[in-house]
Ligand binder design. Sequence first.
Ligand code: SF4
Length: 245
Amino acid sequence: MERQQEMPNRLDDRYRHTNTNRDMLEKGAILQRDGTYAIAPHLPGGIITDPDLLVKLAETAKKYKCPALKVTSSQRIALVGLKKEDVDAAWQDLGMKPGAAIGLCVRSVKFCPGTTFCKRGQQDSVGLGTKIDEKFHGMTLPSKFKVGISGCPNQCMDSMMIDFGAIGMPKGFKVYVGGNGGRKPRLGQLLAEELSSEQVFSLLDRVVQFYKDQAKTNERLGDFIDRTGFDNFKAAVLPEQNITH
Ligand code: SF4
């Protein structure tokens, strides 16, 4: 199965400095309070166009007697309460890849309905988010890294509170970098505006490469920008041409 081939069969670099004692990270299984496990398949954008996929999730949850299915903040649907001995079989039945919920990597690429479904959408967040998810989801990086693509300034994907966020505006996307939630919330800084989807994608590529090359282990993007200096960061990731900043 494709999932089986892509899942790491041992701890890889993404799992350095994470709690390897109890989560079964290599199986994408997260320990719960009661000693059972939760698994959350990769579900880009939380969008399901085939209702049979929902049926499969429900049937797998029923088969292994999961007491709950949980919609996560990363737009996934987690099967909660799996017994340890059922984790492999549940993944086998699902035939899906795990979402990168843990470890030092691109954890989630959230995107809103944008111009595909939402009446307020100003840019194609689904198209951009899907493309970003395909390339970057799960990529090993110095620390956890999240992406949020919103189709309009309402920012339903918390695009200013996330490592790399884009916001759809009438003339293109604004891009913010270095935001995060958690214990020390940090607002992202405006890096560029009036970008096409292609320009946002290229900019993310340069941000990721620079961050990957220069950041310390466990240094979140916002901290890296503070250490580097925002002007130096901008100079490194913004090409001369066609990007206003
Ligand atoms: S951010 Fe805007 S386009 Fe996206 S779901 Fe929210 S209101 Fe709709």
